[in-house]
Design a protein around this ligand. Structure first.
Ligand code: CMP
Length: 149
């Protein structure tokens, strides 16, 4: 089943010049990038993105970290894209993430955990809407697509 999902490259990864290496993992897996944007999120848009966490005790730290610099929003499409991108990211707490995953290879912290990845198809649609207008997500065929799906 082809799905769309969001990967957000967080401020720590931008500052550490990891953008290209993270995007390469998406491309190397065979997933298609259908939108790409660098943005300094506003406080209301951080609350919108993380609406399910706003009342949690860790939220002030999370919000101030996400507000600390630009992020990269990557809109991704492919078979089982939600699950596959979550697997590429690794589990939330970087020290527990397996080597070979993005967090496992690049992170050491729970808050500064390099990336955020949507956890369900409907959630992905909601989170993509935080960053992209509908007409900013591009429909196109990749030349190698039939060799991947
Ligand atoms: P992310 O996938 O962006 O989703 C919410 C983020 O909150 C999570 O990654 C972590 O970076 C951050 N966070 C901080 N503390 C916690 C916690 N105790 N449990 C879950 N997420 C946390």
């Amino acid at each position: 089943m082809t799905e769309k999902t969001l990967l957000m490259i967080k401020p720590d990864a931008v500052q550490r010049s990891l953008i290209g290496r993270i995007i390469s993992r998406i491309e190397e897996k065979g997933l298609k990038i259908i939108g790409l944007k660098m943005v300094q999120l506003t406080e209301p848009s951080i609350d919108q993105l993380y609406d399910i966490h706003v009342s949690k005790s860790f939220y002030p730290i999370l919000k101030s970290f996400i507000n600390s610099g630009p992020v990269i929003a990557v809109a991704i499409q492919g078979n089982n894209a939600v699950k596959v991108v979550r697997k590429l990211a690794g589990i939330t707490n970087s020290p527990d993430a397996d080597p070979g995953t993005i967090r496992g290879d690049f992170g050491l912290d729970l808050t500064k955990n390099i990336v955020h990845a949507s956890d369900a198809v409907d959630r992905a649609q909601y989170e993509l809407n935080v960053f992209f207008e509908i007409n900013e997500l591009v429909e196109y065929e990749l030349i190698n697509e039939t060799w991947i799906k």
